[in-house]
Design a protein around this ligand. Structure first.
Ligand code: GCB
Length: 622
């Protein structure tokens, strides 16, 4: 009897704890550490054991029998008669980061829960010696993650493409530690993205895991950027702002850019902040970042004896009527849309080599711009694009028909937007934050997206805001953009599929009405082709069909007033559960200009040639 009562008490306690810990406020979740890769860290990538848990036995049944279950406890039999029905150490292994779909063929279509476990040794090092804190950092986990260190629940994170970090200092012990993560990628109608989307729902710990050492008080966030000014001004202004991890006045924060001979020390206010501070540089000494000259400066930020370095570029981005101005000059954005999928074959892209390959294909096309669809990509994708001189459109997965009326859905989207901007707001190449893709109109959608756009602007007023909209037909050959969201965006963008979801012969007859005095980006157009399949140009799935579609579309788009850029759909064939046609699609969306194995289709050359002759608009901006 005593035993039963004790067990019930434990269960009640656990359920209460669960309720507490699954609420965001109770997490050890901290605001994202700015420039995380720059800190001393222990990589927790590598070999992890995993258990596929279709029924979530290791999670829910724990409540009924706490002594027997609860995979996060990593329990081991203590006596010969002990019944423990799982064992991580005897379970199969997987390399992390990765997606389980391409690592274990049994899991190709799997959407559910998998538990991951790895041990790591911190020796008796200084990871918790009072002068340092240890942050457990995940680049991304798709989609829902519960994190446990040495059997203790650390936090719960929702959202598959943004980083998160926890302070685990007081949970670590000298010597060996155990990290367990429960990952669940089941779809739900109220999630972001919602249940239906046109890409593979790769599950797992898909990006790097690190234990990061930070000082007891560290610079949690900072921004360094070029203020807008007349391009011909003699002096330019660089702004700096910072926030410490602790609300404490009088802390000294130093920022220096040795190449520009800048070094300034600021004192924090009572909130632990350095408000926006300015310093001047002679224009002729400052090389601006641009696709032609992707100049990055080493910027050092120090607090106490801790210094972190970031490579930062300086540029301005603005719009003027229907033009986009980079460093005060009009620019045509020769872009391409990209999914965060490995270049050869499928799987989540998660290395710098993946980024390099994908971006070098974009360069071969003649691109100066990429749309990283439909969610924040791997951080190295953005950083590598910056080094290569490629501008970036970055997006959150507010995609198609999500649960507009649900406050928790809004909070989820807001959090993903916060983390996307927090991670990349020091990247000069990121010029557009996109808050949605193809969202059918309704008052609830307008209210949701309007709030989200205003929130994005409140976080970052220096970049452009956009979203991929939909056009409506005013008549058979007149396409009109009529979207209440136009008031919130700096750039009007929309997707159109003439030639694919509509007859290609309509293209020459099409008229476009875009009644807004803003630059226009065609955020998607395209059609499918199976690489190596040839035939007449009216035969669907042939390379010739796709080639003709691109020829007709490029000619049509040239006539759109205010066209400031395009990001056709898409660089490479990508996996999608919607695309089931045997022998043609085989679970790939075939709209790539490259096949899934990196072979160029004929349409590649059409777009490359169009981009070659796409000269910059002549009118000079300010
Ligand atoms: C779209 C979506 C994109 C799809 C594409 C298609 O409009 O934005 O995610 O993959 O169409 O191939 O139909």
């Amino acid at each position: 009897m005593k035993k039963i009562i004790a067990s019930r008490l434990l269960t009640a306690l656990y359920v209460t704890c669960c309720l507490l810990t699954t609420a965001r406020a109770a997490d050890r979740n901290l605001p994202l550490l700015q420039n995380a890769p720059a800190y001393e860290s222990l990589s927790l990538n590598g070999t992890w054991n995993y258990i596929v848990d279709v029924q979530e036995e290791g999670y829910y049944d724990y409540r009924m029998n706490p002594t027997r279950w609860g995979f996060f406890q990593n329990a081991k039999p203590q006596k010969p008669e002990d019944l423990i029905e799982y064992d991580f150490d005897k379970s199969p292994t997987m390399q992390i980061p990765s997606d389980w779909n391409t690592q274990d063929e049994r899991l190709f279509f799997y959407e559910g829960t998998v538990w991951f476990c790895r041990h790591f040794n911190i020796g008796n090092a200084s990871w918790k010696d009072g002068n340092a804190k240890s942050l457990l950092y995940f680049g991304a986990v798709n989609y829902d993650a519960h994190v446990y260190v040495n059997g203790q629940h650390v936090g719960h994170h929702v959202g598959g493409f943004t980083p998160f970090n926890y302070d685990v200092t007081d949970l670590l012990k000298e010597g060996e530690n155990t990290l367990i993560v429960k990952v669940d990628n089941k779809r739900h109608a109220e999630d972001v993205p919602t249940q239906i989307f046109d890409w593979w729902n790769y599950g797992g710990i898909t990006r790097d895991v690190r234990l990061i050492k930070v000082p007891a008080v560290y610079v949690e966030d900072y921004s360094v950027q070029l203020a807008k000014a007349d391009a011909k001004a003699k002096n330019r202004t660089i702004t700096f702002a910072a926030k410490l991890s602790k609300a404490k006045a009088g802390h000294k924060v130093t920022v220096s850019i040795p190449e520009l001979k800048i070094e300034k020390t600021f004192s924090t206010d009572a909130d632990g902040k350095v408000g926006i501070s300015e310093f001047n540089v002679q224009s002729k000494k400052l090389q601006l970042w641009s696709p032609e000259n992707p100049k990055l400066y080493q910027v050092l930020v120090s607090v106490g004896t801790n210094t972190v370095t970031n490579s930062i570029g300086f540029r301005t981005i603005a719009t003027q009527d229907k033009q986009i101005l980079l460093n005060g000059q009009p620019i045509f954005l020769k872009g391409i849309s990209i999914h965060n999928e490995k270049p050869n074959g499928g799987g989540r892209a998660n290395t710098i080599e993946d980024a390099r390959t994908l971006l070098s294909w974009a360069k071969e096309l003649g691109c100066n711009f990429v749309r990283l669809a439909h969610y924040p990509h791997h951080e190295e994708m953005v950083r590598e694009a910056e080094r290569m001189g490629i501008l970036v459109w970055s997006e959150i997965p507010v995609y198609w028909t999500i649960a507009w009326k649900n406050p928790a859905t809004f909070e989820n989207a807001r959090q993903q937007l916060t983390d996307m901007i927090a991670r990349d707001h020091n990247r000069a190449n990121v010029i557009i934050w996109s808050i949605a893709n193809e969202t059918p109109h309704s008052p609830e959608r307008d209210a949701f997206l309007g709030r989200l756009a205003q929130y994005a602007r409140s976080l970052d007023s220096t970049r452009l805001i956009s979203m991929a909209m939909e056009v409506t037909s005013a008549s058979n050959y007149v396409n009109r953009l009529n979207d209440n969201m136009n008031q919130y965006v700096d750039v009007v963008s929309f997707n159109q599929y003439i030639g694919w979801y509509r007859d290609v012969n309509d293209a020459p007859k099409m008229k476009w009405e875009i009644p807004y005095n803003k630059p226009v980006i065609i955020s998607e157009f395209g059609g499918g082709a199976r690489y190596g399949l040839h035939g007449p140009k009216n035969q669907r799935w042939t390379e010739e069909f796709q080639e003709n579609l691109y020829i007709q579309n490029c000619a049509m788009l040239d006539k759109i007033d205010g066209l400031a850029g395009t990001t056709p759909w898409i660089l490479k064939d990508f996996r999608s559960p919607r695309r089931v046609l045997p022998g043609v699609q085989d679970y790939y969306n075939r709209k790539g200009l490259f096949s899934d194995n990196g072979e160029k289709k004929k349409a590649f050359y059409v777009l490359r040639d169009w981009y070659k002759q796409k000269s910059m608009p002549q009118k000079e901006g300010k």
